[in-house]
Write a protein that binds this ligand. Structure first.
Ligand code: PMP
Length: 462
């Protein structure tokens, strides 16, 4: 049974989160809230992954967070490996972000008119990602993807978009397509409500498969080659050497635009995202998560030539009531301003330590796993074989992964137990080197060892 905090957990002032974890194993307040939520919200949540169905349990309702730690409504604390699925690279409730948000909100939360911060943020992004000479802000990554595809179609006069199986680019109709049985197939709808025409406009190719990719680019006139340059939605499956270069080369040869979806990798795997890390530049970049500093914002951008096609500079229409929202922009500026070289070094070292810890713990437990990591991202694949694409990721032992995640929760680590329809992802994101010890315990087949002190440390502070 979980002990309930005497104080309302939601009322803890920042910095007051206790470092002592309560015994976990029951979540009465979460259960009660979930019961009520099920009556009002589909599946009891506002986004499917939060339901935790992939790891075989009910959702945990969160009351507060500080640094690398979150506390649930039952008073249980966890080292947070998820950090809101990416935006919180500085951890929860960073004082500088809170201060910037409060100051911006006090000046007014939205005007539907331009503000100085939007210009400053565009300058900061462009300085970090030089291929983004101009950008347009949106409120979500999905919106940014949808708008990027519209622009690519307008710029090329073509309709087909190539994406890789296992990649996720938001819930854009045409991208909710699944591959058929061939090597490179035109998509079939992956959700009721997606038209066959929308799905057919997507060509789907296995990741890291140069032959299938080459064949698809020969067979189809593509508007865009769309890739997560660091695919993290099927678990982290980095590009094999030369693969991103091949995407660039074929885009140039065929007149397709190369689009990198850096919603996860942007400002995470390095200051200038995956394109800086790998030295391969796209024509258009989709950004999200960190670019909103923990508030709802995303963006897409590219060369001046392409971006001036967007209205009102050009003829491709795209708009948004809350796009470039001043509070989100303030959070983004405060976040990016703290992501300097030292922060990225620390993030890389932290992730590396966590990944090494996982490998060592698995070895000690006699369990063969594949641990993939890049700065700020980590996946443990429960598989004895290398994982180089979505098909490989699907053959992993998902039940073992679910058990592992449930055990981590009992030990006070909040893991990324995620699942998209028919796409059960096996991924845990590194946020804390301190969590490594708890991760180790979770490999033990028996026993309920409780973590000692919480040496919590998020990506860049505390
Ligand atoms: N692209 C990628 C790579 C993503 O991971 C996501 C969301 N996780 C999106 C796009 C969509 O972003 P949003 O959820 O903000 O719509």
């Amino acid at each position: 049974m979980s002990a309930t905090s005497a104080r309302d957990p939601g009322e803890s002032p920042p910095g007051q989160i206790s470092q002592v974890n309560r015994p976990l194993g029951d979540w009465p307040r979460s259960r009660e809230l979930y019961g009520r939520a099920l009556e009002l919200l589909p599946g009891g949540v506002n986004s499917p992954v939060r339901a935790m169905r992939a790891i075989g349990r009910d959702p945990i309702f969160i009351a507060s967070g500080y640094g690398a730690t979150i506390r649930d409504v039952d008073g249980n604390e966890y080292v947070d490996w998820v950090c809101s699925w990416g935006p919180l690279i500085l951890g929860h409730a960073h004082p500088a972000v809170l201060e910037a948000v409060a100051a911006a909100a006090a000046r007014g939360t939205t005007f539907g008119a331009p503000t100085a911060g939007e210009v400053e943020l565009a300058e900061a992004v462009s300085e970090r990602i030089p291929s983004v000479q101009m950008l347009r802000m949106t409120s979500s990554g999905t919106e940014a993807t949808m708008s990027t595809i519209r622009l690519a179609r307008a710029a090329t006069g073509r309709e087909l978009v190539l994406k890789f199986s296992g990649a996720y680019h938001g819930h854009v109709d045409g991208l909710l397509a699944e591959a058929g049985s061939g090597l490179a197939t035109q998509g079939i709808p992956a959700s009721p409500g997606v038209t066959e025409a929308a799905a057919r406009a997507t060509v789907i190719v296995p990741w890291n498969d140069a032959e299938a990719f080459g064949e698809a680019t020969e067979r189809h006139q593509l508007a865009a080659i769309l890739a997560e340059p660091v695919p993290a939605n099927m678990g982290l499956v980095p590009a094999e050497p030369g693969f991103l270069e091949l995407l660039r080369e074929r885009a140039d040869q065929t007149g397709a635009l190369l689009v990198f979806d850096e919603v996860i990798s942007g400002f995470r795997v390095g200051r200038g995202g995956a394109q800086e890390l790998y030295g391969v530049l796209p024509d258009l970049t989709i950004m999200g998560k960190i670019v909103g500093g923990g508030l709802p914002a995303a963006a897409y951008g590219g060369s001046r030539e392409l971006m001036t096609r967007i209205a009102p500079a050009g003829d491709v229409y795209q708009a948004g009531t809350l796009s470039g929202n001043p509070v989100a922009v303030a959070a983004a500026l405060a976040t990016l301003g703290r992501l300097d070289g030292a922060a990225y070094e620390r993030l890389a070292a932290t992730t590396d330590a966590l990944a090494q810890g996982m490998r060592g713990a698995a070895l000690a437990a006699g369990r063969e796993v594949q641990v993939h990591s890049l700065p700020g991202l980590m996946t443990v694949f429960f598989s004895e074989r290398p994982v180089r694409n979505y098909a490989d990721a699907q053959t992993c032992d998902l039940d073992a992964y679910g058990r592992w995640c449930r055990r981590l929760l009992e030990l006070g680590v909040y893991p990324a137990g995620r699942s998209r329809r028919r796409l059960r992802r096996i991924k845990a994101r590194a946020a804390s080197a301190g969590a490594r010890d708890r991760g180790r315990r979770s490999w033990r087949p028996v026993g309920h060892g409780r973590p000692g002190t919480n040496p919590s440390m998020s990506c860049c502070w505390r």
